[in-house]
Design a protein around this ligand. Structure first.
Ligand code: GDP
Length: 492
């Protein structure tokens, strides 16, 4: 298969340089064994420490997963209303809850999973019906699905961003305390609650989460419920207790989301069917594949022509799409002998950009030395986001994977859908800047400094104990202001 050949750093083999564990049933999740044939880039091999950590994680997950005696005991403990004081409690959990669109969800999933790796927890997911058939089980010989029927927390999907059990409210009501001096045991300390709800979505209700001393307090809690739509990994780096471990897990910081996404998320067979049918029918024949993802947010909408012109200006600036030949006959003659061909994959809720780009390469030949024959393809145009529909989400996920098989990407700023595609692809995209206040930006786009997603809502202005702002001087060291958002930070 021609798609497999060009590994650069990491190895192109079906287990992605042992990133994926052996011992899964191939037929139950074909994508897990087949994506390597489609990815164009393998820029980062997993570090030996990451491999050891993942294998140890998988063993822990098997010991503690739903269906095991340890899980049954932990659920009993949860029912009792307080965490076990036993320091040696074997299984602690973090339960991921859905919030926001698919891209947001994938990013909060990998963030929560990394947090589980850092804190020795077990990562479980509470999936509503709209997500029931999107992702395969990631860990061999066990399940990551939280059994919803007998889980003792009511209304799991409706708690929102400020429930009573959220960390900050528990702090206010003194139901959880932070040791001011860890050496001095506080005799009047209340029992540690059985669970804490972490509200880490864009409202960032529980921003104190990002302080080391609060991590110590949370470490005693048996169950954490994670409600987030953010890629909060960049904001874990400033926490002193995590920093060295993160450095060992990801010697190249920009590889974090790339490796975590490729490790954790694998589309189920129905989604993989969409991906592979489309890929082989439309994209495989081309020698080069370019992805274009156009997201039009309501708060930043502009007329179609303005956005189209921005895409062309960006493409010219960052050399993404083939330029067209101005001449007539010469161009036609050059075209017939071309040995190269380019497939441009469009992902968008609307058909307009596809129609314009298709017409562009129909009416003009690609410039000499450009892309040869140019085909333009768009699998769907759903018109509107419908996160409550499983079939809609399956199509969206298929498009994220189809984009991730590109060697070059042009994506939309602020869009987690685009962020996930780039990280999965291992590509630094050209990112279209957002038309804030509906004003077309003067600079059409910027080249990403890394393939990492932007954390759109980092904890700002949080005073941790030592009086330092969480992300103060760390901005220079591990993170940068995002290309597409002044208030966001990303690893590089
Ligand atoms: P974001 O809003 O761009 O950060 O991305 P999300 O994935 O979190 O939410 C947007 C949702 O709208 C997606 O999950 C899809 O349901 C839908 N959507 C947006 N753009 C596309 C697209 O290009 N193709 C498809 N199929 N769905 C899309």
């Amino acid at each position: 298969n021609d798609a497999a050949g060009n590994a650069t750093g990491g190895r192109a083999d079906e287990l992605l340089g042992r990133l994926l564990a052996q011992g899964m049933n191939r037929r139950s999740c074909r994508s897990r064994y087949e994506t390597w044939r489609y990815y164009k880039q393998f820029p980062y091999a997993p570090s030996p420490h990451l491999l050891r950590t993942l294998r140890a994680y998988e063993a822990r997950h098997r010991r503690c997963a739903p269906g095991t005696p340890l899980y049954a005991r932990s659920v009993e403990q949860l029912r009792s209303g307080r965490s076990a004081d036993d320091e040696a409690v074997e299984c602690r959990y973090i339960v991921w809850l859905p919030f926001d669109g698919l891209g947001n969800r994938m990013l909060s999933m990998v963030s929560g999973f990394l947090y589980a790796l850092l804190t020795g927890r077990v990562f479980l997911v509470a999936l509503p019906p709209d997500s029931a058939d999107l992702f395969c089980e990631p860990f061999p010989g066990t399940t990551w699905l939280l059994p919803l029927e007998d889980f003792p927390v009511a209304n799991l999907f409706g708690l929102g961003h400020n429930p009573e059990q959220s960390y900050t409210r528990l702090l206010h009501s003194k139901k959880i305390v932070v040791d001011s001096d860890p050496a001095a045991k506080n005799a009047t300390a209340p029992p540690v609650p059985a669970y804490v709800y972490l509200s880490l979505g864009y409202q960032l209700t529980d921003r104190l989460f990002f302080c080391g001393e609060h991590q110590l307090a949370l470490g005693k809690v048996n169950w954490l419920l994670l409600y987030s739509d953010l890629y909060f990994v960049p904001s874990l780096y400033p926490i002193a207790g995590f920093r060295d471990e993160l450095r060992r897990l990801f010697p190249a910081r920009e590889s974090a989301s790339h490796l975590l996404l490729r490790y954790l998320l694998h589309p189920t067979n129905p989604v993989w069917g969409l991906v592979t049918r489309y890929y082989h029918a439309y994209l495989a024949p081309a020698t080069r594949r370019i992805g274009v993802q156009v997201r039009m947010f309501g708060f930043a909408s502009v007329p179609v022509d303005d956005m189209y012109n921005q895409i062309l200006a960006c493409s010219r600036l960052e050399r993404v799409l083939p330029e067209i030949d101005g001449g007539g006959e010469a161009a036609a003659a050059a075209g017939t002998s071309s040995k190269t061909s380019t497939a441009i994959l469009i992902a968008s809720l609307y058909p307009d950009y596809y129609e314009r780009l298709r017409a562009r390469y129909y009416e003009h030949a690609a410039a000499k030395g450009g892309g040869g024959w140019v085909g333009v393809f768009q699998p769907t145009h759903e018109e509107r986001q419908a996160t409550e529909s499983l079939a809609h989400n399956q199509r969206a996920l298929a498009e994220i994977y189809l984009l991730s098989f590109s060697e070059a990407l042009l994506t939309s700023g602020l869009s987690t859908f685009g962020y996930v595609s780039s990280s999965l692809a291992g590509v630094r995209p050209a990112i279209l800047l957002t038309a804030f206040h509906h004003k077309v930006p003067a600079t059409p786009c910027r080249r990403a400094v890394s393939m990492e997603p932007c954390n759109l809502t980092p904890p700002r202005g949080v005073e941790c104990r030592r009086g330092t702002a969480v992300d103060g001087d760390d901005v220079a060291r591990h993170v940068r202001v995002c290309e597409d958002f002044q208030d966001g930070v990303k690893l590089f």
